[in-house]
Design a protein around this ligand. Structure first.
Ligand SMILES: NC(=O)c1ccc[n+]([C@@H]2O[C@H](COP(=O)([O-])OP(=O)(O)OC[C@H]3O[C@@H](n4cnc5c(N)ncnc54)[C@H](O)[C@@H]3O)[C@@H](O)[C@H]2O)c1
Length: 365
């Protein structure tokens, strides 16, 4: 099974590489610093750069920064032992970016991203999105002053900056200003990402930092920690252990889910573009599916594609009192801007993507 799981990841790398086409060559002979490298998106970003390294003209240097609060993942440990990446264990709010040497590309993905955890660690969540980001932006200015400017900087914001949009703003375009609480239980995440975006735009306008912003809409795929507390790993854990899928809502809120190979293509297209100071939605427009229908689809996919016993979908009240507070009713992106300016074109269907993540989880990687 582990072999099949690895095959899924390798095939995804091939997809991302072919989606990027000649642009992948821009990484040749460059240094890339990734914060939050030990996380879900980090898994694919690092794996992709190493995959690209055996194809581009000159290898790139990959520097992985993370506080590794959950330990260094085995896959990253292996890459470090094989000297394919450099590891820096540090809190991004205190880390000295100079210790990483000259950097060409900065990807700031360090943040607490799961609602279950950011409600538990609100101050740490805000700090990573604001102080950590500021630290890296200041470093970009310093490198420029020293005559070695960075080539590009990508900040991971979130679709949560839109809050709970009224129906006329669904699908939500980048121009929508948001309907967000600044004091509710999700505000530590939503508002710090909003301020992070403000920092980025002003560091571009006032200091010339070539920074861009990605607004991810619910990504899923291999690398997403099964105990993360987000809906997809929770449902997958249920089907893989043969227990009923438990929903902590009535299942009526709707979401779109974007498979990781499409999402990573989008993020790298932003990073490698000239769209400084701009924000892009990265996700898929369809299907917009209710959580209940999605849970049923996970159960069906596990049965059809992996031969697992079909489980039922049940509803329970969450033990966490704020679980549903400020939970958006609908979440669906308008991705016209990324399509037109970046050539972003997500391709992986929901059942296909679910088959891939379930295969990966079953492989126990
Ligand atoms: N995955 C998604 O669907 C999604 C959706 C919206 C936004 N995002 C954003 O994308 C980024 C990456 O998300 P992810 O899904 O990979 O999250 P993740 O939780 O899997 O990984 C984040 C990583 O950041 C590290 N980290 C957290 N705080 C840190 C700090 N102060 N210093 C150093 N490291 C720290 C964690 O240890 C973890 O390894 C985050 O900024 C997140 O807010 C992701």
């Amino acid at each position: 099974m582990a072999e099949q799981a690895l095959k899924v990841v390798q095939a995804d790398m091939g997809e991302i590489y072919s989606n990027l086409g000649e642009k992948a060559e821009l990484f040749s002979n460059s240094s890339i610093l990734i914060t939050g490298a030990g996380g879900f998106l980090g898994y694919y970003l690092v794996n992709f750069l190493l995959y690209a390294n055996s194809r581009i003209q000159q290898k790139c240097r990959v520097v992985c920064v993370d506080n590794f609060i959950r330990g260094v993942p085995a896959w990253l440990q292996t890459f470090a032992i094989e000297k394919k990446v450099e590891l820096i264990k540090a809190d991004v709010t205190k880390f000295d970016p100079k210790s990483a040497g000259k950097i060409d590309y900065i990807i700031h993905a360090a943040s607490i991203a799961s609602p279950m955890y950011y409600r538990k660690y609100p101050i740490e969540t805000m700090d990573a999105n604001v102080i950590g980001l500021r630290n890296l932006l200041d470093h970009a200015v310093d490198q420029s002053s020293a005559g070695t400017p960075i080539k590009s900087f990508l900040f991971f914001s979130t679709s949560e900056i839109y809050g709970d949009p009224a129906p006329e703003f669904i699908p939500t375009p980048e121009t929508y200003r948001g309907h967000v609480s600044c004091t509710g239980p999700r505000a530590c995440y939503d508002e710090s990402k909003r301020y992070g975006e403000t920092l980025c735009v002003n560091f571009f306008q006032s200091r010339g930092v070539p920074v861009k912003i990605a607004r991810p809409f619910n990504n899923y795929g291999p690398g997403l920690n099964i105990n993360d507390g987000r809906v997809i790993p929770d449902f997958c854990r249920n089907v893989l252990s043969g227990t009923d899928i438990v929903m902590f809502s009535d299942g009526s809120p709707t979401r779109t889910f974007c498979y990781i190979s499409d999402a990573i293509t989008g993020y790298l297209l932003i990073l490698l573009s000239e769209q400084n100071g701009e924000a892009f939605n990265i996700g898929t427009e369809a299907p917009e599916i209710s959580v209940k229908n999605f849970a049923e689809l996970v159960a069906l996919t596990a049965e059809k594609q992996l031969g697992l016993r079909k489980v039922d979908v049940v509803t329970q009240k969450s033990g966490e009192k704020d679980y549903l507070v400020d939970n958006p009713e609908r979440r669906c992106p308008n991705i016209k801007k990324a399509r037109e300016l970046l050539g972003y074109d997500p391709k992986v269907g929901l059942e296909d993507g679910l088959g891939r993540i379930l295969t990966w989880y079953k492989g126990g990687l």
